[in-house]
Design a protein around this ligand. Sequence first.
Ligand code: ADP
Ligand code: ASP
Ligand code: MG
Length: 446
Amino acid sequence: MIVMKFGGTSVQDASAISQLVEIVKARPGSRLVVVSALSKVTDGLLKVAQLCEQGDLPGAEKQVDELRLRHLHVGRELGLSAMQIEPIEKWFQQLRHLAASLAALGEVSPRSKDLLASFGELSSSCLVHGAFIQRGVNAAWADSRKLVATDSEFMSAQVDWEKTAANVQAQLLPLLQEQVVVAQGFIAADPKGHTTTLGRGGSDFSGAIYGATLKAEKVEIWTDVNGILSTDPRVVPNAKTIRQVHFLEAAEMAYFGAKVLHPATIYPALKQKIPVWVLNSKNPADSGTEITFDQNSPAGVRGIAFKNNITVVNIHSSRMLGAHGFLKSVFDVFARHKLSVDLISTSEVNVSLTLDPNSDMDALQRAKAELNAFADVEITSGRAMISVIGRGIRDTAGLAAKIFTEIKNINVQMISMGASELNISFVVTSDQSVETVQRLHQALIP
Ligand code: ADP
Ligand code: ASP
Ligand code: MG
């Protein structure tokens, strides 16, 4: 049995969905197909949330209708019957009602946002299911909210593995013996049955959750590039496919910003030792990237990842000179405000740290107010974190010298090296990130 996850561009229109059907048909055995929303639809649904918050009902209705028409158009182009279109009309009717109530209130809670966002995957999965039937494939549709169980941390819910495994084994496994099953990525439900989501880009994670709980032979992540590339192809157009990448390297690439994989994707598969492949639905003949457990996979620089628009926080407290517990006090504050820290560099009374672009800036202001009780705090935005990634690079003689010589005229603000054997990371201003990545790619990737 295999899990095949298709991202937004792999279901963006009728021709992409037809291609998806062909790709799935070409795979023998039991197949679970996990789909994202059509490309840009989740953004569109979050726009609906924003319009509802502003109390702009006509705006929200217009946006909902545009999304509906796009889905109906794709359905028509796929040749779906009126009966097959019906569930899609039903989702959009629910969405319209929801938007009307939210716009009347002028308030959208995280719980409502998740419900709004779920209509993207609910609708795309119906289109894909219809396309399978239309093309003679015996297929069933499954609701991921009945399968993937999470807590109630809306917009970034945590998986209840035991419950999910029980649901999957009881409900999904029997279906998969007989049919191709189409389910949604990204969405799940909490113990009360309320819709939750796994965070933006979370459909990859859904694929891995299903892979692990089904003990699949492999998980295939189908996207719009030939696998995991040595860096973002939008910055370096000739970035190369990494044909084999170690699990730890893939996780590090994802965590440090390579958008091709959601950072949580790797661990469930790793726990069960399930191979993961990243493949191109626009070019299925390409062999893509294999993520392996092979301890003998070669050491050295594998890729360069980066995150733009990160925030750097400098914390200084001369009062803590000679006193112990400074770092603990600082990190307690960040933990209390649920701010997750990427890079850290410290000296006795100074701490510099970086926060992800998605960090809650209001929470940061609250954290700053608390830190001000014992330290001066300086917040700098508009920075980028660049990470050179590969196994064993900590122990590669001369690599740091090579990196920093290559970018010697670029002002490097913070360096973190040696904490993990897998990466050397540092901070530059956002406007220099492209040049930094391009130069390093040229110098380090053969
Ligand atoms: P999907 O909708 O299939 O999940 P995403 O847009 O989330 O696709 O991820 C694929 C995109 O990630 C690629 O089109 C590419 O522009 C971008 N990307 C960034 N870094 C990398 C990388 N190192 N390797 C491959 N793609 C990358
Ligand atoms: N549709 C969701 C998003 O755009 C999940 C995904 O595509 O992975 O974030
Ligand atoms: Mg993605």
